[in-house]
Ligand binder design. Sequence first.
Ligand code: HEC
Ligand code: HEC
Length: 202
Amino acid sequence: MSCKKKALVALIGSIFMAGASTALAGPSAKAMADTCAGCHGTDGQSVGPASPNLAGMSAVYFIDSMTAFKNLEKGAWSGEDARPATIMNRIAKGYTDEQIEAMAEYFAAMPVYKADVPHDAAKAKKGAAVYDKACSKCHDENGALADDDSGILAGQWLPWMQYSMQDFISGNREMPKKMKKEVKKLSDEEIEASLHFFASQK
Ligand code: HEC
Ligand code: HEC
């Protein structure tokens, strides 16, 4: 191939690539994520009390959650990969899988945000032992390890965690089988204490 021809091929190639990436890009991840701020706070740092922090959430957990909200909107229910929601079903259906992935990576790249959550210190102290025994295996680093792909619980808003736990226990949201095995052994007080423990993390 002549030098000129090579250059032409490269040029056409780059035009094609640029075209393809513009077509895919649409709104940037940041622009999409900014629309979540009204409820989840600026940069995924919620001001509470019932909207969860998103900053630092694992991409896997984020994508699973958004997909489950979408599935709810399509008529699926718990056990069919859907999650109960009051509003996220309608929000999630507005995004393509690619856009959800882009937002997932955007939030996952942020450090985990631990909010200043009102909690009961005595309950949190009791909850530390419950945590060690029943939760630490999967919610490592006191609930701050995003790699666990099980949500962010450290410094997470207490009412949000309480709603989530109620949904799990009532069967409204499918509780992971191994988590259920641990939770079943606990009293209501112990479960409540473990949530105060997570809320107390700074
Ligand atoms: C009008 C308020 C509102 C807006 C706007 C909103 N959310 Fe939510 N979000 C909620 C509520 C409330 C929940 C709890 C589930 C429910 O009831 O729908 C939630 C839950 C979530 C969860 C699950 C978190 C967890 O810990 O399991 C994710 C992920 C999420 N939202 C992502 C987003 C993204 C991404 C956007 C923007 C594209 C967004 N939300 C916009 C209110 C909102
Ligand atoms: C065997 C692993 C395992 C154990 C043990 C476990 N969890 Fe979980 N937990 C998970 C996974 C996985 C999820 C994410 C479920 C999903 O995707 O819907 C989760 C989700 C949660 C959520 C919801 C988070 C959100 O943002 O919606 C709460 C709250 C929670 N766990 C609390 C606890 C508490 C409290 C304990 C201990 C008493 C515990 N978990 C023990 C694996 C576990």
